[in-house]
Design a protein around this ligand. Structure first.
Ligand code: IMP
Ligand code: MG
Length: 183
């Protein structure tokens, strides 16, 4: 375990099994269709790579980057930093997110993407932290529901670090206060 963590919440084997299950459900639900996976950068990266490989359908990948967070706390203000490359009109779109916390990011994404007239629009999140929800967003696919803890790994970061950990873990208080930088 990484020395900045206090515990591993979801070990690699559980992540793998959970992601595989999601892929199987999605493959069944969208059978005969092509799915456009819209990854929310950067947290989606590891999850999306594994999820896409567990979907047995034709898939397109596109990405958005939003900002709503600085450090450990949500600012509630969402901005588009990077937009989709392709049109999603008449497409079956599945938003792929690392974690839904307040729900404000997903609420904004849904509103924004709906205006582009997709055929269908759903959310797939690796983690759901329902205890701090402010916006009631419908989540179709959830990998794991977790308690109100700040987690890192498997795409999730603190100050840009820890995304490459192959498991999801809880940071030490000292690592949060220490705010490591990577140079
Ligand atoms: P929301 O808008 O509050 O739902 O926040 C969503 C975004 O905040 C996620 O996409 C994450 O990037 C980030 N976030 C929320 N909780 C955590 C966490 O526990 N660890 C790392 N990032 C988080
Ligand atoms: Mg994110």
């Amino acid at each position: 375990m990484h020395k900045d963590l206090q515990e591993i919440l979801i070990p690699t084997a559980e992540l793998d099994a959970g992601v595989k299950k999601l892929g199987e459900r999605i493959s069944k639900d969208y059978a005969g269709r092509c799915v456009t996976l819209v990854g929310v950068l950067k947290g989606c990266t590891l999850f999306l790579a594994d999820l896409a490989r567990s979907i047995s359908l034709d898939v397109r990948l596109d990405f958005m980057m939003l900002s709503s967070y600085s450090g450990e706390h949500s600012t509630g203000v969402v901005r588009i930093l990077l937009d989709l490359k392709e049109s999603i009109e008449d497409c079956d779109v599945l938003i792929v997110e690392d974690i839904v916390d307040s729900g404000l990011t997903m609420e904004y994404m849904l509103q924004n993407l709906k205006t582009r007239r997709p055929r269908s629009l759903e959310i797939c999140t690796l983690l759901d932290k329902p205890s701090r929800r402010k916006a009631n967003v419908p989540i179709k696919y959830t990998g794991f529901t977790i308690a109100d803890k700040f987690v890192v790994g498997y795409g999730l970061d603190y100050n840009g670090i820890y995304r490459n950990l192959p498991y999801v873990g809880v940071l030490n208080a000292s690592a949060i206060e220490g705010k490591k930088i990577c140079r």
